[in-house]
Design a protein around this ligand. Structure first.
Ligand code: RIB
Ligand code: CA
Length: 317
């Protein structure tokens, strides 16, 4: 496996975080706010319906004192029916802790317009996408000029092995396969993929939860309670004592590429297969004929990544 440092070497990349909070999305927000210039958060239907993923993003911003704008986006996929993940994230999409009253409000209901205007307004912007890719695909379709203006897209989605929502597909890609196909085929300057084969190497368990509680602080305590719920679900469903922390991997792929190992691959998305809808077909053949369109992350220094995440979360009050 060739290892290439794939992401920008910018110390604080300017990003838009497109997400569907979601327990791991919430941690990705906190991590991104510490290590990126977080220009905006855009929300999409995914782990929960849009109104809940948006409320959850606002809740995290309010709790952590993050003042970047939150823009609500697509409430359904491009073509398939909306699907959610209550088994992993609960009815609210952020089950576990007692929810505080949320006073923060959205900056707009036009996440797609926010993405387009932000990318057009300055060079070097990255999109970190950790939910279904509906907003990103709509922005690319409405404003194809942003493809060449973007520095790149770092996404959590897909995988080079088994899926999680079907035997072959990961949730973010499966939830809107047509949007994912648009994004993977767009030809952005850099496309980083943190798939399940990578994210399952970064798991949160009792040690991380204890470190968060020891770190003190309201935010760390809130995240510890999020993880109590999240890990309990994996224990119940899969008999595991730790749960994969998917979304922060897409942030780290950009901010700490030295912790990951990448390989250039051609990746395409299946949109019509009865058994394979939403599968990311990663061409791993030696001398594959297609031109690589993606830097696929295959390895991660999980201990260093977990330490970075705990430090970032504990850095809030
Ligand atoms: O399959 C994992 C992905 O689906 C993560 O982004 C998680 O938040 C859910 O959206
Ligand atoms: Ca997510």
């Amino acid at each position: 496996m060739t290892t290439a440092t794939a992401a920008a070497m910018t110390t604080r990349p300017a990003i838009i975080l497109d997400c569907d909070p979601g327990h791991d999305d919430a941690v990705a927000m906190l991590l991104a706010a510490r290590h990126c210039e977080l220009l905006a958060v855009t929300t999409v239907s995914g782990n929960a319906p849009l109104h809940l993923t948006t409320q959850n993003a606002l809740l995290v911003c309010q709790l952590a004192g993050l003042d970047m704008p939150v823009h609500a986006g697509a409430d359904r996929p491009l073509l398939v029916s909306a699907a959610h993940a209550p088994r992993a994230h609960g009815r609210t999409g952020l089950d576990g802790p007692v929810r505080p009253d949320v006073h923060r409000t959205v900056a707009s209901n036009d996440a797609v317009g926010c993405i387009i205007e932000t990318v057009r307004a300055r060079d070097g912007v990255w999109i970190v996408a950790v939910g279904p890719l509906t907003n990103v695909a709509l922005a690319i379709r409405q404003a194809p000029d942003i493809v060449d203006r973007l520095a790149g897209i770092s996404l959590m989605g897909g995988g080079a092995g088994p899926g999680n929502v079907t035997p072959t597909a990961e949730f973010n890609i499966w939830a809107d396969p047509h949007a994912a196909q648009i994004v993977f085929a767009a030809g952005v300057p850099r496309l980083l993929m943190a798939g399940l084969h990578l994210t399952h190497q970064l798991c949160v368990g009792p040690e991380v939860i204890a470190a968060l509680r020891a770190g003190g602080g309201t935010v760390a305590g809130f995240v510890a309670e999020l993880f109590d719920f999240y890990v309990a679900g994996y224990r119940e469903r899969a008999g595991l004592d730790a749960a994969p922390l998917h979304d922060p991997c897409a942030v780290l792929a950009l901010t700490h590429p030295e912790l990951l190992g990448f390989a250039a691959r051609r990746v395409e998305v299946e949109t019509t297969g009865v058994l394979t809808r939403g599968m990311t077909v990663v061409d791993e053949r030696p001398g594959a004929d297609g031109t690589p369109n993606c830097d696929v992350a295959y390895g991660i220094d999980a201990d260093a990544a977990a330490e970075l995440i705990v430090d970032a979360v504990c850095s809030y009050r």
